[in-house]
Design a protein around this ligand. Structure first.
Ligand code: HEM
Length: 390
């Protein structure tokens, strides 16, 4: 399945082919936030950056998968409707349970007893996700079967039309459904969490915010919106995102791996069959590797690399991880993170909400997200004709 996804769904060619869908969602993000400011153009509008970021990620992934932004009608201002809210909440509940300790993961004979109640929660959330996916997938499979669909427009079409060497469908409908759920869960959390944390840190250190905006003005200017082709020149903006991944990973651990052979790492003997959990926090905040590890300081990355990237193959922190099971969505994940972050930075002036002297950086109790969704005051900073209106 990893090979299928890498070769056909997340290949450089498919990434390029779906470029216009990502552009549409980058524009839609600006449109949605602009609408929050419309109530008072001079005073600006209070924006829930968590909602904007999470739903941008879900919109991009839905557009690339199903060729549609919303399952339902959405809201008039471009925001998520009930269906999208319910769906994204279900994705995050599943994600939280991927990392949760569950006794039957270690004693499979207990599966079904649901001693910690996780099975019930995950089943319920998968039911919600499937409620939205299944009718679309079922209908599309039928359309290809009866010949009413002929053009490949999105990932779903790609998965349906893959053939084995005998010319038969490579994937069953159930396999397609499972892969799509996997992709949705994989793509939604990291870019949105990094962006929210970067903004929270930068609102508390406005000189960093100013430097990022200065770079965007220098590289892109104020006569057009930032595009993917600009990313190569946005080293400071990328360093801010990279710093957010280092200091504020979405989860405390990498997904569990099991060692396939006896080995020794840093003088520790690790027997074959061990559960290996890499601590994302322990690596990213290791004082032996990082100077002032708890400080949000993007400059540290500029000091050590000419071209800043979000990957870290030496595992000095974990963004996409590396190796045989490393993330296969690096190109897309990078482009989603930078587009989300750069568009918000370029198109709006951000400041603390009224009556706040700083952002509270407390971490949530049940995840590594900010304890409370980030709200900030946004004011448009580009000429009005640049804000996409529909
Ligand atoms: C900034 C964005 C992203 C980050 C930081 C990220 C990070 C990660 C990490 C840490 C893993 C686990 C690696 C391991 O087990 O060692 C992973 C796995 C994975 N990611 Fe991503 N990811 C991102 C975006 C995406 C996107 C957009 C997709 C696809 C649409 C994706 C698809 C996957 C898949 C399929 C796996 C499982 C690979 C396997 O087990 O072989 N990721 N990702």
């Amino acid at each position: 399945m990893r090979k299928v996804l890498m070769t056909h769904v997340l290949s450089p060619k498919t990434h390029q082919w779906l470029y216009s869908k990502r552009v549409e969602e980058g524009d839609h993000l600006v449109h949605y936030v602009y609408n929050q400011c419309k109530k008072s153009m001079h005073q600006g509008g209070i924006v829930n950056l968590r909602t904007a970021a999470q739903h941008y990620c879900a919109n991009v992934t839905r557009k690339m998968t199903f060729n549609k932004r919303f399952f339902g009608e959405g809201m008039k201002d471009g925001g998520p409707g009930f269906e999208e809210e319910e769906y994204v909440d279900a994705l995050f509940s599943c994600l939280n349970h991927i990392y949760a300790f569950c006794i039957s993961d270690f004693l499979p004979s207990l599966i079904g007893l649901d001693l910690d109640g996780h099975e019930k929660v995950v089943m319920e959330n998968l039911r919600i996700i499937n409620k939205y996916h299944d009718p679309i997938i079922d209908e599309r499979v039928q359309q290809w079967k009866d010949g009413t669909k002929k053009d490949t427009e999105d990932w779903l079409d790609i998965l349906i039309t893959l053939k084995d060497p005998d010319g038969n469908p490579l994937l069953s409908k159930d396999e397609i459904k499972a892969q799509i759920t996997e992709i949705m869960i994989a793509a939604v959390d990291n870019p949105s969490n990094a962006c929210e944390w970067a903004f929270a840190e930068m609102l508390n250190q406005p000189e960093i915010l100013e430097k990022a905006i200065e770079e965007l003005d220098r590289v892109v200017g104020k006569e057009r919106l930032v595009q993917e082709s600009d990313f190569a020149h946005l080293n400071y903006v990328k360093a801010c995102a990279r710093e957010a991944f280092r200091l504020h990973p979405i989860a405390p651990f990498n997904p569990p791996h099991v060692s396939v052979a006896d080995t020794t790492v840093a003088n520790y003997f690790i027997p074959k069959g061990s559960y290996v959990l890499l601590s994302r926090l322990g690596l990213g905040r290791n004082p032996k590797v990082w100077d002032e590890p708890l400080k949000f300081r993007p400059e540290r990355h500029l000091d050590e690399m000419d071209k800043v990237v979000l990957t870290e193959n030496n595992l000095r922190f974990i963004s996409f991880a590396t190796g045989k099971r490393g993330c296969i969505g690096v190109t897309l994940g990078t482009s989603m993170t930078i587009m989300l972050f750069a568009r918000l930075l370029q198109a709006f002036t951000w400041s603390l909400p009224p009556r706040h002297s700083s952002i509270d950086l407390t971490i949530a109790e049940d995840s590594m997200a900010l304890a409370k969704p980030l709200f900030a005051l946004a004011k448009p900073r580009l000429p009005p004709y640049l804000y996409p209106g529909y």
